[in-house]
Design a protein around this ligand. Structure first.
Ligand SMILES: CC(C)(COP(=O)(O)OP(=O)(O)OC[C@H]1O[C@@H](n2cnc3c(N)ncnc32)[C@H](O)[C@@H]1OP(=O)(O)O)[C@@H](O)C(=O)NCCC(=O)NCCS
Length: 188
């Protein structure tokens, strides 16, 4: 398999649309059965500067995509991650390759301190992949997403930049206490 990870192009919309509609993919992402290719093309035509997306091409065929949206203002040190891989290629390392590329961008080029994501509690494969890359669970949103006729809980996960400004925060501690403990000076 010749795997190439490259920036997304408008012409990739058709392949990404096909992946989104697969029955092993759609329940876990925010797509709808009625989503149209022209909507995706329009989205890629207008992708903002803070929106970074790659596709994985295996032997010339687009078999997955992943993106990172850098937040703005006082959240500009954080980014939101998303990913989808062609079901015919699940378990072949495509997700690993895409996530590696995104985290290199986040760590070494954008130098984001936090990468965040939401994953359905039922999505064990994705959760295992994220945990392998150092993401930890931060919370759960009850019934946050409708999926195939059910309200499903969404688990919130994040990964802090290795050796970054937040990397010495003790993530096992409960930071919900009403005091200054959850705060970290950026100048430290
Ligand atoms: C989640 C997803 C992106 C992973 O992509 P992938 O190309 O299959 O990922 P990889 O092959 O690199 O790695 C998958 C890992 O999950 C493991 N895995 C597979 N099935 C699993 C399961 N049921 N439970 C736990 N782990 C599982 C594999 O063993 C592998 O880990 P390993 O490399 O340590 O063996 C892909 O399955 C996908 O697109 N799913 C549908 C859409 C989706 O869920 N998107 C994410 C929304 S948050």
């Amino acid at each position: 398999m010749n795997l190439v990870i490259r920036p997304v192009e408008v012409r990739d919309a058709r392949a990404i649309h096909r992946i989104h509609l697969q029955e092993q993919v759609m329940p876990y992402i925010l797509s709808l059965p009625s989503d149209r290719i022209d909507q995706l093309e329009e989205r890629y035509r207008k992708l903002g500067n803070n929106h970074h997306e790659f596709v994985a091409e295996s032997d010339g065929e687009v078999v997955g995509h992943a993106g990172l949206v850098q937040m703005s203002g006082r959240r500009s040190h954080t980014g939101m991650f998303y990913i989808a891989v062609d079901a015919a290629h699940h378990g072949c390392g495509i997700g690993t390759a895409l996530l590696t590329k995104i985290l290199d961008l986040a760590d070494h080029w954008l130098m984001l301190e936090r990468v965040e994501l939401g994953v359905l509690v039922t999505n064990l494969r994705a959760k295992a992949l994220y945990e392998r890359f150092g993401f930890v669970v931060e919370g759960k949103k009850t019934g946050a997403i409708r999926s195939a006729g059910r309200f499903v809980d969404e688990v919130l996960m994040s990964r802090l930049r290795p050796n970054g400004l937040l990397s010495d925060v003790d993530r096992t501690k409960d930071h919900s206490a009403p005091c200054d403990e959850g705060a970290k000076r950026v100048t430290e």
